[in-house]
Design a protein around this ligand. Structure first.
Ligand SMILES: *Cc1c(COP(=O)(O)O)cnc(C)c1O
Length: 444
């Protein structure tokens, strides 16, 4: 099998163009070419020991290869190695960051914002919760039991009290339990997950916005995984409604390194009210010298940040802007189609049952059986056999107390299920192959 190499040709052309911009005395480089070749081959050999994350037959964990333009632009930036902390170190790439962050904020329907890229979703959520805690000190941060584990941990780091709310059988926050909590008057912020990491479920933001009219709290939308589904039309009507509500939340986290075709190291935090900048104010004697503009480092908890991430995302937006009806959106819609296709195949096959109809592009299903312990074991065996047949799935533990009624005996607290994040647009075309390998794994 051949790997994608378009990005290498693009990179070479890019570097030729880049060097035209520098009128400087020639530099000579002395490298030990032979040694470097030896080392790169050794490195490549080490890197062979990987699952094929880039291939559609990798239909398990959340992994999506960066677009060739993102790879080329990211690598191109390496010849400058900008640091997007301050303008001095990132004259070109800081403004590029501001542009792409603006694109993302407009995608959510915001006219103004304060925001920046981060190393990832965790750092982005840390900032959002830090601001939430500064605005509502001593009040609770509340998230569902399907929210990313990072919220509880971050609250611990920030020493903000945290409460977990149960979810329903589809993995969405339980509204009646949430309202019971709100009645006590000590909730400062609700984390609304727009696409849970496990099931891809979207919390009922429309209802949470209703509750906000009665009770006073902030809403932080963790859309690290699911933010880009804002662009889709092929979701359930209620899901679309919930995404529409994002223009009213206080902060949003989205990870371009998840669905946005970027290499790792690219998250984003957005605040709807730019005045939250006041929580970031600090005085550092050695950074800001040249620009009167707001330095990104002044509104970020991280100091040094990869300018290359901004450059990669900027180039990607030039080609595939995050807008409705564009190519980016139609490719994402194909992931959603792939998930529905897989769900339909599972529904027609009496060996399996799905935990829920996929709300985004993640499918979670169980192997039928007489009791949970057997079904979990069967799922694990199928997971292993599938891998031997070159189909890479993942596992997911579903709490059995969420089942309303069952045709099987519940002898354990968790049912181990199989899980596919069908994030690559190619998954739609590969579904016959994926399905046939899954069936083959059953027969063995
Ligand atoms: C992945 C994810 C995170 C964490 O983001 P990282 O980029 O892995 O740090 C947070 N929340 C949700 C919903 C996620 O899917």
């Amino acid at each position: 099998m051949k790997l994608e190499k378009t990005s290498i040709d693009l990179l070479k052309k890019g570097i030729e163009k880049l060097q035209e911009g520098f009128n400087l005395p020639e530099l000579s480089y002395e490298f030990d070419i032979d040694k470097m070749e030896e080392v790169i081959l050794k490195t490549a050999e080490r890197m062979q020991d990987n699952y094929p994350y880039f291939h559609p037959l990798f239909a398990g964990q959340m992994l999506k290869p960066p677009h060739p333009i993102a790879k080329a632009a990211y690598m191109l930036a390496m010849w400058i190695n900008p640091n997007n902390h301050a303008m001095d170190g990132s004259k070109a790439s800081s403004p590029m960051e501001k542009e792409v962050v603006g694109d993302l904020s407009r995608m959510f329907g915001w006219r103004e914002h304060l925001g920046h890229l981060t190393g990832g979703g965790t750092m982005a959520n840390l900032e959002a919760l830090w601001v939430a805690g500064s605005i509502h000190p001593d009040k609770y941060i509340v998230a569902s039991d399907q929210a990313h584990y990072t919220h509880e941990r971050i609250s611990e780091v920030l020493k903000i009290p945290f409460k977990k709310v149960a979810t329903d059988h589809e993995g969405k926050i339980d509204l009646s339990e949430l309202e019971q909590l709100l009645k006590k008057g000590d909730v400062g912020t609700i984390v609304c997950t727009m696409g849970t990491t496990g099931l891809g479920a979207v919390d009922p933001l429309s209802d949470i916005l209703e509750l906000q009219r009665e009770y006073n709290f902030r809403i932080h939308a963790d859309a690290a995984y699911g933010g880009y589904f804002k662009l889709l039309g092929n979701l359930k009507e209620s899901t679309i409604q919930n995404y529409e509500g994002l223009d009213q939340v206080d902060s949003i986290v989205i990870d371009p390194h998840k669905q946005g075709l970027q290499p790792y190291g690219c998250g984003c935090v957005l605040f709807r009210n730019p005045e939250v900048a006041k929580y970031y104010i600090h005085d550092s004697p050695y950074t800001y010298f040249t620009s009167e503009d707001l330095h990104l480092g002044e509104i970020s908890l991280e100091c040094s940040r990869a300018g290359a991430s901004a450059v990669g995302l900027w180039a990607t937006h030039q080609m595939l802007p995050p807008v409705k009806d564009g190519k980016f959106a139609s490719d994402l819609a194909r992931s959603r189609d792939a998930a529905l296709d897989m769900y339909n195949r599972l529904s027609r096959c009496d060996l399996f049952f799905s935990i829920m109809e996929p709300e985004t592009d993640i499918v979670v299903w169980a192997v039928n059986g007489k009791k949970v312990s057997e079904m979990s074991k069967a799922a694990q065996q199928l997971f292993n056999k599938a891998e031997r047949n070159g189909l890479y799935l993942s596992l997911y533990k579903y709490p059995t107390n969420k089942f309303k009624s069952t045709s099987f005996l519940v002898d354990e607290d968790y049912l181990i299920c199989l899980r596919s994040s069908l994030m690559k647009p190619e998954h739609a075309d590969w579904m016959d192959e994926i399905w046939s390998r899954l069936m083959k794994s059953i027969d063995q």
